[in-house]
Design a protein around this ligand. Structure first.
Ligand code: NAD
Ligand code: UFG
Length: 348
């Protein structure tokens, strides 16, 4: 019997790519998602992409805060491990609606941990974020850096990390891996699955993509006076398929002895500026991206990129793709699906 993994938020951007890699890696996968920020079409497409492994995937439309529904699921299936993606992630929205973020991200995680504990399922991989480093005083960010939350979204990640550390201290049979993602971009090379944000995108590459397909007139560049090579902000962009593979590496790590509650950065270790990213996308797509230069976005850090040493040493995982492949695959997805999983009429 292949190992069975529960994936919360598996219909979402990173979740759908990870589910595909899990299926191709021989895992059985059960996805739970309330489809708040995703479409069931993504799950269907993953099934198709997984070909003969597609039968190992099942989907339940379920809100993670629904304890009884989660209990029922755990009573009917024995899970070897859980990968927990489900959460809200828009920084600006979290500032406007902090209680929504605490309710969804914190209560969702508490419910999940409780139900896991009730059923003796003690292996967890959690989606954390480089946002827990706040505005880092130096780069690259190593996992030992002090942690700080600059907004309610970041606070939910920090609190969830602390809950995981506390749960492990209380019961050392738990094995937990906290993955701190840097900036996931790109799409599966098939162009069949990708990122499909609701409304106007907050993040750089989904916005660039919408400019390229004519859904937005121009990209606003937030900040041209940073102490960086060209004055624009620098980030560590990572191909979503590399990121997905990082989760498979983490699951294998959970089978090793001596694992407690561990933190790993998932990034490339390379910093790229906004203008460099735009240039790479223009090259990949053959489209001109009109720019509007503007002031800094409040709360934005200047330069953020990862130290990748711990993940390379302990997870035996390293990102393979560079920004050329990220932009190529992002454009492949965008040009084939200009309205994501929707349509111009039904534009989520
Ligand atoms: P996403 O919005 O595409 O996926 C999240 C999924 O969780 C969605 O399908 C959504 O419908 C589902 N969901 C949300 N709340 C739920 C609930 N209460 N019950 C059931 N399902 C629920 O986002 P993503 O980019 O794939 O991010 C996945 C995880 O990674 C999130 O936890 C996010 O905070 C984290 N993360 C993302 C980034 C990024 O830039 N994309 C960076 C760092 C960390
Ligand atoms: N940017 C623009 N114009 C835009 C959007 C972004 O110039 O329309 C710039 C930003 O100022 C920044 C860079 O592009 O310099 C990247 O911005 P993103 O919003 O794409 O990403 P962030 O690094 O700000 O934050 C993202 C997620 C966070 C997560 C963090 C680390 O939004 O939730 O990556 O993983 F914590």
């Amino acid at each position: 019997m292949p190992p069975t993994v529960l994936v919360t938020g598996g219909a979402g951007y990173i979740g759908s790519h990870t589910v595909l890699q899990l299926l191709l890696g021989g895992f059985r996968v059960v996805v739970v998602d309330n489809l708040y920020n995703s479409s069931e079409t993504a799950v269907q497409r993953v099934k198709e992409l997984a070909a003969r492994f597609g039968g190992n995937l099942s989907f339940h439309k379920l809100d993670l805060r629904d304890g009884p529904a989660l209990e029922k699921l755990f009573s009917s299936t024995r899970f070897d491990a859980v990968i927990h993606f489900a959460g809200l992630k828009a920084v600006g929205e979290s500032v406007q609606k902090p209680l929504l973020y605490f309710d969804n991200n914190i209560n969702g995680t508490i419910t999940l941990l409780k139900v896991m504990a009730n059923h003796g399922c003690k292996k967890l991989v959690f989606s954390s974020s480089a946002t827990v480093y706040g505005w880092p005083k130096k780069v690259p960010c190593t996992e030992e850096f002090s942690l700080v939350a600059m907004n309610p979204y970041a606070r939910t990640k920090l609190i969830a990390e602390e809950m995981c550390r506390d749960q492990y201290r209380a019961d050392p049979e738990w094995k937990i891996i906290l993955l701190r993602y840097f900036n996931p971009v790109g799409a599966h090379p098939s162009g069949y699955i990708g990122e499909d944000p609701r409304g106007i995108p907050n993040n750089l590459m989904p916005f660039v993509q919408q400019v390229a397909v004519g859904r937005q007139p121009a990209l606003t560049v937030y900040g041209t006076d940073y102490s960086t090579k060209d004055g624009t902000g620098v980030r560590d962009y990572i191909h979503v398929v590399d990121l997905a593979d990082g989760h498979i590496a983490a699951l294998h790590k959970l089978d090793e002895s001596g694992v407690g509650c561990e933190e790993y950065n998932l990034g490339t270790g390379k910093g790229t500026s906004v203008l460099e990213m735009v240039k790479a996308f223009e090259k990949a797509s053959g489209k001109k991206i009109p720019l509007v230069m503007a002031g800094r976005r409040p709360g934005d850090a200047e330069i953020v990129y990862a130290s990748t040493e711990r993940a390379a040493r302990e997870l035996k995982w390293k990102a393979k793709y560079g920004i050329e492949e990220m932009c190529r695959d992002q454009w492949n997805w965008a040009s084939k699906n200009p309205y994501g999983y929707g349509s111009p009429e039904n534009n989520r």
